[in-house]
Design a protein around this ligand. Structure first.
Ligand SMILES: NC(=O)C1=CN([C@@H]2O[C@H](COP(=O)(O)OP(=O)(O)OC[C@H]3O[C@@H](n4cnc5c(N)ncnc54)[C@H](OP(=O)(O)O)[C@@H]3O)[C@@H](O)[C@H]2O)C=CC1
Ligand SMILES: [Mg+2]
Length: 352
């Protein structure tokens, strides 16, 4: 079979799209935009842009929520013109998704000075006034966005940050060039391709059968405890990371574990959180807390945790002088793990 796929073949391939589900069509469309610079440039003409300034997304307040406004290419060009800038900065935009109707979505940071842009970054306050919104740090806004915007803006921020931090080839020291979609960067002097990196982190809710183990780091909000987390070391399987982190941080050995779910987490620098439940060996529950990693660790009963889950919103907390025990917010996979454990205490575990 010829490796060359001409127009007829392409038409046949695209024709097949129509028989596929919306999800598959969307996925294939995004794949095409990632691979084909011309198709991606064309998609920008009819696409929608989410704007950032120094990695903070542009948001508008609507009742009790933030919403992320979209801008067309035309609106963006007008904005840039208003500030006396040409459209070159648009080359820094990155593809972050598309609608079911295949309207491509891009993200663009107007506050970062990249190697491809000779323009100075735009002044934050002036852009905010022109666009009737505010650039708000994701750490502040994430929990007041709907799930779709939270996920989209987290992805966008991670991709924009990665491009900002990978403008030079680590072998030649020469500037790297991003493709139109931003799915990779290439060093023109040696053709090394750089792809956005993902840092896997395992997060585990350890149980002894009746209690669960929750830990806190000094960087957590006051009173908050979470499941135990740790970055995967190079060469490790997820199971090995779980075993090592639990041994390192609280001095326990895992008996059984099973996978629950995963999540992209934007703080502090974008990780892939892989969530598991684990049980420790019977009778081996004495904690030896590694104080270089954790501020505290303790076993909590199902009742204690269930009570806190019910009143986890800050406004539901007691106003006494003591710092109340709280759990991670609903959006965090740690919250999901803890809720799962409270609701389904006996899931079928696999040996570690
Ligand atoms: N979504 C959720 O529900 C939750 C998410 N998390 C996230 O999990 C992540 C990891 O948790 P944490 O307990 O801190 O992890 P670890 O237990 O692995 O401890 C952090 C250590 O990892 C080092 N480190 C930082 N970045 C990397 C990297 N890319 N690869 C390897 N090591 C690294 C740090 O070094 P140094 O100090 O030198 O920077 C530090 O020594 C955090 O990003 C946190 O935000 C945690 C709990 C809940
Ligand atoms: Mg840790």
């Amino acid at each position: 079979m010829s490796l060359y796929c001409g127009t007829a073949c392409r038409r046949k391939f695209l024709g097949a799209y129509r028989l596929l589900s919306t999800y598959v069509n969307k996925t294939r469309y995004l794949f095409e935009l990632k691979e084909d610079d011309d198709a991606c440039k064309k998609a920008q003409q009819t696409g929608a842009f989410y704007l950032f300034h120094n990695l903070a997304p542009l948001l508008q307040k609507s009742e009790h929520q933030y919403v992320a406004p979209q801008h067309s290419l035309l609106e963006l060009e007008r904005l840039l013109g208003k500030f006396g800038q040409d459209s070159q900065i648009l080359e820094d935009s990155v593809l972050i998704g598309c609608s079911e109707q295949q309207e491509a979505w891009f993200a663009l940071d107007l506050g970062l000075n990249s190697s491809s842009s000779i323009n100075a970054s735009l002044q934050k306050a002036e852009v905010e006034t022109a666009l009737q919104g505010s650039f708000i740090k994701l750490t502040k806004a994430l929990f007041e966005l709907n799930v779709k915007d939270a996920s989209l803006l987290s992805t966008a921020q991670a991709l924009l940050r990665w491009h900002d931090a990978h403008q030079f080839c680590s072998r030649s020291g020469q500037p790297t060039k991003k493709n139109v979609s931003g799915s990779k960067r290439v060093c023109p002097s040696n053709n090394i391709i750089y792809y956005p990196q993902v840092a896997p982190v395992v997060i585990t809710l350890v149980s002894d059968g009746t209690r669960c183990l929750l830990v806190r780091q000094s960087s957590f909000p006051k009173g908050m405890y979470s499941a135990l987390a740790g970055f995967c070391d190079i060469g490790e399987s997820l199971e090995e990371t779980v075993r090592r982190e639990i041994a390192e941080e609280v001095g326990l050995e895992v008996d059984r574990l099973h996978y629950s779910a995963s999540q992209h987490w934007p703080f502090p620098h974008s990780t892939l959180m892989i969530a598991c439940h684990a049980t420790v060996k019977p009778g081996q529950t004495e904690l030896q807390v590694n104080l270089r990693e954790l501020e505290a660790a303790a076993w909590f009963s199902r009742d204690e945790v269930a009570t806190v889950l019910r009143r986890n919103h800050p406004s539901n907390q007691q106003q006494s002088g003591a710092v109340p025990f709280r759990l991670p917010p609903k959006l965090a996979i740690a919250h999901q793990l803890i809720k799962e454990w409270v609701e389904k205490p006996t899931c079928s575990p696999l040996p570690a």
